[in-house]
Design a protein around this ligand. Sequence first.
Ligand code: SAM
Ligand code: SF4
Length: 489
Amino acid sequence: MSVTRAPRKLYVKSYGCQMNVYDSQRMADVLAREGYVETATPDDADVLVLNTCHIREKAAEKVYSELGRLRVLKQEAARDGRRLTVAVAGCVAQAEGEEIIRRAPVVDLVVGPQSYHRLPDLVARAAVEGRVVDTEFPAEDKFDHLAAPTRAATRSRGAAAFVTVQEGCDKFCTFCVVPYTRGAEFSRPVAKILAEVEDLVAAGVKEIRLIGQNVNAWHGDGPDGRAWTLARLLYRLAEVPGVARLRYTTSHPRDMDDALIAAHRDLPALMPQLHLPVQSGSDRILDAMNRKHDRAAYLRVIERLKTARPDIAMSSDFIVGFPGETEQDFSDTLALVDAVGFASAYSFKYSPRPGTPAADSDDQVSEAEKAERLARLQARIDHHAAAFNAATVGRTADVLFENPGRHDGQMTGKSPWMQAVQVMAPPSVKGEILAVRITGTGTNSLYGALVVANGTAPLRHDGADHGTTPDPALPGAPDPAVRAASGGH
Ligand code: SAM
Ligand code: SF4
């Protein structure tokens, strides 16, 4: 008699950036090959992965408090005769290694971002050997060994998909742990990216979001044996039938080259929205941060982007209270926010990261001052975001529908400018790009109504997503906005 074993269950919790969301999906895909199915709750999991972020202190502390709570879950599983394997992945795993197991003995496995393809083996080893730590930077390309998602997995993840094209960073901003936790810059080759994009589109994905810590520094090998630029990759991906929308994040101002700016002019599929972190508006602070660009260079890039694509929505990241930041430096940041009129921006209090140069500075800004500046900056960002959102009211925009909305009968999707739009629409619109008349603004999203053709069917989108025609009557036209995300990533 054959005994069918119930599938083992996997729960992955992601912290931090989109790269972690992508990595979490790849971990699920690699463990799916071993018969693991994802579960929506940690309560019945056999393997539980915390995919962590180390960018700020709070992020790491959140992981340790979560691990405290997991002790109880692990004891309950043991009482029910189940073994719960707890794994810590991501940048906290990379940075802290063995220390995690010392501080949180509930952890069975610590796995760094370069070793996810070895997860099945590591989970099996943890079951036999007890605690396992793997935070190597192996020479092999982990992407070659990571499993592709099944069509069903891709469909369940929605019509917009991330594709990691680049990892690591060589820039060494003095506040940032990324070069230490993710290692040196690595670019995936064109053929691999193209194959992944074609698979995603075949499974129904319409929007491809290329991601990397420093995505516009991407320089992967092309099929012609030469290194391609990100611009060239975007032109190529725009030719893939079924790719209706393209985005890329996160970019560094220094790497916005002429061809990439021209791509925003030439490619209708390239959405009119760009996240371009500046961190500070003060040249003195930008220099101390080792950002490799000054305020004027940043503003020049924005001006050229706006010339190439007048309705482009700009977003950014800011750090307040970097060591030595004076009130004058901070005012320069506020003035830069006003000069650009960001559609949205994230802002953070400077968090000293051990091992980074700025953490050792004697000139640390007090917590109270950081909090006060953060509140002022967020108010200024919110003001511009609200103006940007208000400027979209009355316009018609293509919306890619992704999920049920906040209220019964609503669906939510993304405008070309990355605004969340709530629309009364049937669930069948999921995965479709439809024309929507923007009717109002809410706290974190816009409201809209489907534009109906001939009084019957919603206006369906026919290929590349052209967004709306920039409205010359709008001030500087970039003024529609992304949600006012001034709290955190
Ligand atoms: N590569 C991107 C760039 O060049 O700006 C950003 C990568 S980082 C994952 C995301 C954001 O976290 C940064 O833009 C910065 O604003 C913030 N960040 C990084 N280190 C930080 C620190 N030590 N304290 C506060 N915020 C930090
Ligand atoms: Fe960190 Fe971005 Fe600077 Fe690289 S460019 S060190 S990822 S902030």
